[in-house]
Ligand binder design. Structure first.
Ligand SMILES: [Zn+2]
Length: 280
């Protein structure tokens, strides 16, 4: 999230899905990617049915008319939730056992607050690839709407993406949450100084990281959300890009620097998936 954002963008390419080996339903096993999946990664191909929004990959089907996904509160209506709350994980072979443990340890925090669970391998013909070969930390948003199970993808750059807070943030996207500072009501709580932001290619950094997203948030605005960026996110000059409004100054050095999920993050996740199950 924060300083290690996607270093690549959707671009010109043709993705030939038929060249990829069909996913095989294998449940609860630590399976490896097959050759077709490896080839897709090697090509750096971005699925033409998805777009990059900051560190979040969103399927075009889920986009609102203004090009943004619905926000946390409205996410239930727009985002496709994972079946039975199971986030099925297939790690790239380059990811060490130590990192895999870090991943599952972070996931336990989400499991403690909502009916979600990380499992190794496929679940009901779905899975989320976790790779570290690309630049940046990013994740697909939710399970997605497509039947084809070749598109779920999270990248956690080998260095810089494996802190617990970043893992929790990216899992938040994978499970269906969007950025707190892009909620429709954020202008009541923060000021965005886009003049200080590195606008990136065609202004995309500002467009995708600071503009508004959908409406009807379920929870009150939360400066302590794991889904909030920091005051200097995307800054090109060291000056602030996100500043809490008068009355909320105390949060200036809190936003984007929290170690774990907040109470309202927990409530938002439980609103999507229900309360934690007894077996978690
Ligand atoms: Zn993010």
């Amino acid at each position: 999230m924060k300083n290690f954002r996607a270093g690549w963008f959707f671009g010109a390419f043709i993705l030939c899905l038929s060249a990829s080996t069909a996913a095989i339903a294998i449940e609860d096993e630590d399976v490896a990617m097959d050759e077709g999946e490896e080839a897709m990664l090697a090509n750096s191909a971005q699925d033409p049915d998805t777009v990059m929004l900051g560190d979040m990959v969103v399927e075009r089907d889920a986009l609102e008319v203004d090009g943004n996904p619905s926000s946390r509160g409205a996410a239930k209506a727009r985002v496709k939730l994972w079946q039975d709350g199971v986030l099925p994980i297939v790690f790239h072979k380059s990811i060490s056992s130590e990192k895999r443990k870090q991943f599952f340890d972070a996931c336990k925090i989400w499991e403690g607050v909502a009916n979600v669970k990380c499992k190794k391998g496929y679940y009901k013909r779905r899975r989320l690839w976790v790779t570290q070969s690309k630049l940046g930390c990013f994740s697909l948003w939710g399970m997605g709407f497509h039947f084809v199970a070749l598109r779920r993808w999270m990248n956690l750059q080998a260095t810089g993406c494996w802190s617990q807070s970043t893992l929790l943030h990216e899992m938040g996207h994978a499970l269906g949450l969007i950025h707190e500072h892009q909620r429709s009501d954020r202008d009541d709580f923060v000021t965005i100084h886009s003049k200080n932001a590195d606008k990136g290619i065609l202004g995309l950094n500002v467009l995708v990281n600071f503009n508004h997203q959908g409406s009807n948030p379920l929870t009150p605005y939360d400066f302590r959300s794991i889904m909030h960026y920091s005051r200097v996110a995307f800054s090109k000059n060291g000056n602030d890009t996100i500043v809490p409004k008068p009355g909320y100054e105390e949060y200036l050095n809190i936003i984007g620097r929290v170690p774990s999920i907040s109470e309202s993050d927990a409530k938002a996740m439980a609103a999507l998936y229900g309360p934690p199950s007894q077996s978690n």
